[in-house]
Design a protein around this ligand. Structure first.
Ligand code: SF4
Ligand code: SF4
Length: 335
């Protein structure tokens, strides 16, 4: 495994080198808080954060995008992205979420070319967590503060430096391109990394999710869903901020025979999500929608893809306007 040390103050050198060939995304504090943004020449990349509000799925699966235009009988697909991008600073839970999205959008039977071109052209540099939030439960769902899954490179903050470790061939090639920037780490750096990782792992709260999928198989008609969903406003924030939620709708904007087709992220927490053209809606109540959201993440994706589609990032907890806590919901199911 290739390792390289870089002083935090020298990160700008790496960014400048990368920007000669592509785009460098990092965390910037702006008017909307902390967000993953393209770094300009004067931007300071932030390292001081636990996690950021909107997950990195937006880089690959935007809120909305035009996918084709049409006029009379001719249709033109929009060109695929050719932007080479380095995405720096996603947390290990979010890097793992990209592997789950890959299962949806890059499949043997169906591949989404827009998603795929962005994924193929991007390099993910994860930054290991030092200060997990109270809402984090990554270690209960197969992730960890220093998990490597989904990352091309995993970086650790080690005193005044960053220790980079390649996790994929793409990551190794990237680091080999910059021999003058990365220095060989010493034993003290590795020891400091191990201590940071161990401390962070101990800080993550754990919940017992053993048997959750089997429990869900037996509680489709349970009164539990009504109790759990009473507070829910149906705002959809939990799904928009979730790194693994991936539902979308296709809409046409047109005037006579000229128009464009737009893909827009959608949410199973909205009544209109399942509204059929006939006016019939198979999911009319909050409780049915809450059940669908939980069943989808903890049962259906296990049956279809052999994975729980939750990485324990806690965004659905911290962003819910009425303090719904998915950990409490799951505990009720398991009880
Ligand atoms: S964020 Fe909270 S209130 Fe909004 S839909 Fe999700 S669970 Fe319901
Ligand atoms: S369900 Fe909640 S905790 Fe799990 S990945 Fe989605 S937002 Fe994060």
């Amino acid at each position: 495994m290739l390792q390289g040390l870089i002083k935090k103050e020298d990160l700008k050198k790496l960014i400048a080198s990368v920007k000669k060939e592509g785009t460098f995304y990092g965390l910037i504090r702006g008017s909307e808080g902390l967000s993953l943004s393209e770094l300009g020449p004067d931007d300071e990349v932030t390292l001081d954060y636990s996690n950021f509000k909107m997950p990195p799925k937006r880089q690959f699966f935007p809120f909305s995008e035009v996918i084709c235009t049409y006029e009379d009988e001719s249709m033109t697909d929009l060109p695929l992205s050719e932007e080479k991008a380095v995405i720096f600073g996603v947390r290990p839970c979010d890097a793992l979420s990209l592997l789950y999205l890959d299962k949806i959008f890059i499949d043997e039977k169906f591949t989404d070319p827009y998603y795929r071109s962005r994924r193929d052209n991007s390099l993910i540099i994860s930054l290991a967590c030092r200060e997990p939030l109270k809402t984090c439960f990554c270690t209960s769902v197969g992730a960890s503060p220093a998990g490597k899954k989904g990352a091309d490179i995993l970086a650790f903050e080690v005193k005044d430096s960053l220790l980079f470790e390649a996790c994929s061939e793409k990551g190794t090639r990237f680091m080999e391109n910059y021999p003058a920037i990365f220095k060989k780490p010493g034993k003290a750096d590795i020891k400091a990394r191990d201590e940071e990782v161990s401390a962070a792992e101990k800080r993550v709260q754990t919940i017992d999710l053993s048997g959750i999928t089997e429990k869900l198989q037996g509680c489709f008609d349970s009164p539990l869903w009504e109790e759990i969903s009473q507070r829910c406003l149906g705002c959809g924030v939990c799904t928009y901020t979730c790194p693994t939620c991936h539902c979308f709708g296709l809409y046409d904007e047109k005037v006579e025979l000229k128009g464009r087709r737009i893909r827009v992220q959608d949410s199973c927490m909205f009544p209109s999500f399942t509204l059929e053209a006939s006016g019939h809606n198979p999911r009319t109540s909050n409780e049915e929608r809450m059940r669908q959201r939980i069943m989808h993440k903890f049962r259906y994706t296990v049956e279809n893809f052999e994975d729980i589609f939750c990485v324990g990032c806690g965004r659905c907890i911290s962003n819910c306007p009425v303090n719904m806590d998915i950990r409490e919901t799951l505990a009720e199911v398991i009880k």
